[in-house]
Design a binder for this molecule. Structure first.
Ligand SMILES: NC(=O)c1ccc[n+]([C@@H]2O[C@H](COP(=O)([O-])OP(=O)(O)OC[C@H]3O[C@@H](n4cnc5c(N)ncnc54)[C@H](O)[C@@H]3O)[C@@H](O)[C@H]2O)c1
Length: 314
């Protein structure tokens, strides 16, 4: 079974690659190592995959290569490549979001539309919703409040319209804040764990009473595999972890796990940050059989262990 993963060196792409390789599948991965965070971190994500003969890395930008020839004999595409991050998506940098999130997706869909693919699974985001009623269902009208959210919704809509016009067998997964080993260094838990462990000050935007539905990485990986093998096509699914807690409560858990007190500085809420997220995962549960399996304390413990083993807590 041949799989293509875009954004394979990233947090989620590399975790998915390892899971597919462990199951004995062939994986071709593409990544251009954007400078959103250091290349060394991404190369470390790929360390295990690169030792596997079933893995091929194409270190190129999706917009600079002939994707159609790359897709030959590919059965499943997992489109994880994107420019992440809500806060950096304002201003001139929006160009990067348009390029890596919207244009790269359109480029992939154009190349894939005439191929006999079994499924194209798109990594969408809870950021497409904006400040909406929680728990949120897929039928809620998306009203993103960040340029990043707009770019992810545009890409998701592109996937849906290639399904409606070309019968492209796609599924879009709206991930809710993913965490665990390999979490991106700019994401809150990764930063909080490293800083609290070193006795450094952490910054919280707002009062810390904002909440997130945190989703453990293995559950996200599993949701991709379930969506790929499912008979359903053209559907959008919420992928949440069922662990909604406030940022203040998450910090208390980290303090407890590290046995250290956090030094916290509170700053003004950032533009584009939503107040609360909470997924209604009834649809993914019913159609895909998706059930989140790792709760927040255990997931945080595993992220701390990973940071410790990879020597990033000193
Ligand atoms: N991490 C989360 O909590 C979260 C939540 C919701 C949605 N998502 C989505 O999940 C996907 C993966 O996120 P992540 O956290 O692993 O991010 P990441 O930044 O770790 O991985 C994305 C990878 O895509 C690569 N990339 C970007 N543009 C590319 C291009 N044009 N050509 C080739 N490679 C390119 C980057 O170099 C990077 O390695 C993204 O689509 C993101 O929008 C993530």
């Amino acid at each position: 079974m041949k799989n293509l993963i875009t954004g394979v060196a990233g947090f989620i792409g590399s975790s998915l690659a390892d899971s597919l390789l462990d199951k004995g599948h062939k994986v071709v991965g593409i990544d251009c190592f954007t400078d959103y965070y250091p290349k060394e971190v991404k190369m470390a994500n790929l360390a295990k995959a690169l030792k596997n003969d079933n893995f091929t890395l194409i270190a190129k930008d999706m917009l600079d290569i002939d994707l159609a020839s790359l897709l030959e004999n590919v059965e499943y595409v997992f489109h994880e490549a994107a420019q992440p991050g809500v806060r950096k998506s304002w201003g001139r940098d929006f160009n990067i979001y348009v390029k890596n999130n919207i244009l790269a997706t359109q480029h992939l869909l154009e190349a894939a539309k005439d191929m006999p693919l079994k499924k194209l699974v798109f990594a969408s985001s809870s950021s497409v919703y904006g400040n909406v009623e929680i728990p949120t269902r897929e039928s809620t009208l998306p009203k993103p409040i960040s340029p990043y959210g707009v770019s992810k919704l545009a890409a998701e809509n592109l996937c849906s319209l290639y399904y409606h016009n070309y019968k492209m067998p796609m599924a879009a997964l709206r991930y809710f804040t993913v965490y665990g080993p390999r979490q991106r260094p700019d994401m809150a838990f990764n930063k909080f764990i490293r800083k609290i462990s070193r006795g450094e000050e952490i910054t919280i935007y707002g009062k810390g009473d904002q909440s997130r539905d945190f989703t453990y990485i293995d559950d996200v990986v599993n949701s991709n595999i379930l969506a790929a093998y499912s008979d359903s096509v053209g559907e959008v699914f919420n992928i949440g972890g069922g662990s909604r807690i406030t940022i203040n409560d998450a910090i208390k858990k980290i303090e407890c796990l590290l046995n250290k007190d956090a030094k916290v500085r509170y700053e003004e809420t950032q533009r584009g940050d939503v107040m609360d997220t909470s997924s209604d995962i009834t649809k993914a549960r019913k159609i895909l059989g998706y059930v989140p399996s790792v709760e927040i304390t255990e997931g945080l413990r595993r992220e701390i262990d990973w940071l410790r083993v990879s020597d990033r807590l000193k």
